[in-house]
Ligand binder design. Structure first.
Ligand code: GLU
Length: 556
């Protein structure tokens, strides 16, 4: 008679370590009471999804605020889905957003004493645990071929039964150890399955930090834990890793709720205390076409990938802060009253998470982004614009480099004051917003036509611009410049203020605001621009006059 032990030795002849050895190698962490050990466990299968940034940001926050540890583990056991280089890229992107791990996988290296932190390098650890489960009869080799499984699927489908490898359908569960031994010796291919003792008709109570307690059907599937390529599957690997890496709280997307019964059963079978779980709501958006809520989609939505925000030149903090408003509804008020001074002191709470799908709102993100950019001084914003432009926006880069001081002064208009202008939400459209400060941008803008108020004839406009060109000086300061403009206006019969104009509109050509608008449209090609004085001062008299001449000859 072949014992489980003999079978386990046949499958894993070289595995001599035991679970106790692993327990000693990865002892419980020496952390203060209440410290949380969290992890972000991406699979290297593509770009960093905005939802994953959301998850990892919360993992980071929960560890930091409890004095714990946040680590990264690369879950690369699904070699078929792996995209080369994406692990490194994920890490780089996390770094950009300031989500830095205390330990774990770091791209080209790793740090910490609970490693390796790349699952494909942990095969020997998984084998120790699988060997143990085989010895205990809680796992068994399964020789079913793809065809066998396909036939099973069809049978279950025709009988309208739950699909899968369970109960009476788990054929290899009932083989004798002698049969198993023979087939393995004979070289038959096999995987190893976990022997579930659950019943789908029974419910178990599980508790979740976001959802509270709820009931869910027990697992009854004999899931594969060890594949024929010598690597474990995600469900099994994550349980082993979270145990030996001493994770206290698993924070992940709600798509994993359905797998919770498997995970709970695996921990119980191994006699380990399961970590606490927090399943985060999926990030949704309102579909532009249908008006309905739907998940952010990798295919349809640029904002589903964090690279979008990087390439468009958002400040990383803006997205992180915005994601925190999705996470905790009280954050927005908190950060407003903290004048956007950073979120280190904000205390995140799972209890304050909303369950019904967090809604991604670009408008609100842009609001955050504008607030943060408005807080920077002129040199900070210039330097950030340069580093962005250098990588992602050659036109902006060339423009800045053509005269860096000029750019800095443009960015400084209405900036260093108590209530600064909030024109910019991202570096990606800075050039569009300030293009009229540059000759090409200005010429292009006016070639698209000028929208002067229709109550003025072209003669009125020519008269106004000619007078301004002759008489308006930039002057000492905004006040003297404006007084100068007013004098010119009065001579041309523009009312000096709106009150005077309103009292007797027929006596005047317009009011001083009308004259300023003629000048604004002339100098910028648009109706809305920051302080006209600042614009004119920056352009200088010569360029301002050139623009007036241009407009005069254009409308003549
Ligand atoms: N590797 C899994 C994923 O790609 C992680 C799930 C978990 O955090 O447990 O989403």
């Amino acid at each position: 008679m072949i014992t489980n032990k003999q079978l386990a030795d046949l499958i894993f002849p070289n595995v001599t370590e035991t679970i106790e050895d692993l327990e000693r190698r990865y002892p419980p962490r020496n952390l203060p009471e209440g410290a949380e050990v969290t992890r972000f466990a991406p699979s290297p299968t593509g770009f960093l999804h905005t939802g994953s940034l959301f998850t990892s940001m919360i993992c980071r926050k929960v560890a930091s605020q409890s004095g714990g540890v946040f680590y990264i583990r690369l879950e690369d056991t699904d070699t078929k889905r792996e995209i080369a280089g994406s692990g490194e890229q994920l890490l780089e992107q996390l770094q950009i957003f300031g989500v830095n791990p205390d330990e774990g996988y770091l791209g080209n290296s790793e740090k910490g004493s609970y490693g390796p932190y790349i699952q494909s390098k942990r095969a020997d650890i998984y084998c120790v645990v699988i060997k143990h489960l085989l010895e205990e009869g809680k796992a068994y080799p399964c020789f079913c071929t793809t065809q066998d499984l396909e036939a099973l699927r069809l049978e279950q489908e025709s009988k309208k039964l739950n699909p899968g490898y369970y109960g009476e359908f788990a054929k290899c569960r009932n083989l004798t150890n002698e049969e198993r031994y023979e087939r393995i010796k004979h070289g038959d291919k096999f995987v190893i399955r976990f022997r579930s003792s659950g019943d789908y008709h029974n419910k178990i109570k599980v508790s979740d930090l976001v959802r509270g307690q709820f009931e869910i059907a027990q697992n009854d599937q004999d899931i594969v834990i060890y594949k024929s390529d010598g690597l474990p599957t995600y469900h099994f690997a994550h349980a082993v890793d979270d145990h030996f890496m001493r994770t206290t709280t698993v924070i992940r997307g709600e798509e994993w709720v359905a797998s919770l019964p498997i995970h709970v059963e695996l921990f119980a079978a191994l006699g380990w205390k399961a970590p606490r779980y927090a399943h985060l709501p999926v990030i949704m958006k309102i579909d532009e076409e249908t008006g309905n809520k739907r998940k952010l989609s990798k295919r349809k939505d640029r904002e589903a990938a964090v690279s979008y925000f990087i390439e468009d030149g958002y400040l990383p903090e803006a997205l992180i802060m915005y994601l925190m408003t999705i996470a905790n509804s009280n954050f927005e008020e908190w950060i407003l009253s903290n004048h956007f001074e950073g979120m280190q002191d904000f205390v995140f709470s799972f209890k304050k998470m909303s369950l019904d799908g967090a809604l991604f709102d670009m408008g609100k993100l842009n609001f955050f982004a504008r607030e943060l950019l408005a807080k920077l001084n002129k040199n900070e914003i210039t330097n950030l614009a340069i580093s962005y432009a250098e990588k992602y926006n050659p036109d902006l880069y060339q423009t800045i480099k053509s005269d860096q001081n000029y750019f800095t002064e443009i960015m400084n208009i209405d900036r260093e004051k108590a209530n600064p202008r909030k024109d910019f939400e991202k570096f990606g459209n800075v050039l569009e917003i300030i293009s009229y400060f540059y000759k090409d941008g200005y010429d292009k803008a006016i070639s698209n036509g000028l929208q002067f108020n229709e109550k003025f004839t072209k003669e009125d406009i020519i008269e106004a611009l000619s007078a301004i060109e002759k008489e308006l000086q930039i002057g000492e300061d905004e006040q003297s410049w404006f007084n100068n403009l007013k004098e010119i206006g009065i001579k041309l019969n523009y009312a000096a203020n709106n009150k005077e104009y309103k009292a007797n509109p027929d006596n005047f050509k317009g009011n001083i605001g009308d004259l300023a608008e003629i000048l604004r449209i002339t100098l910028t090609g648009r109706k809305n621009a920051p302080s006209l004085y600042a614009v004119m001062a920056l352009l200088g008299l010569e360029e301002s006059h050139r623009r007036m001449e241009c407009v005069i000859s254009l409308i003549k």
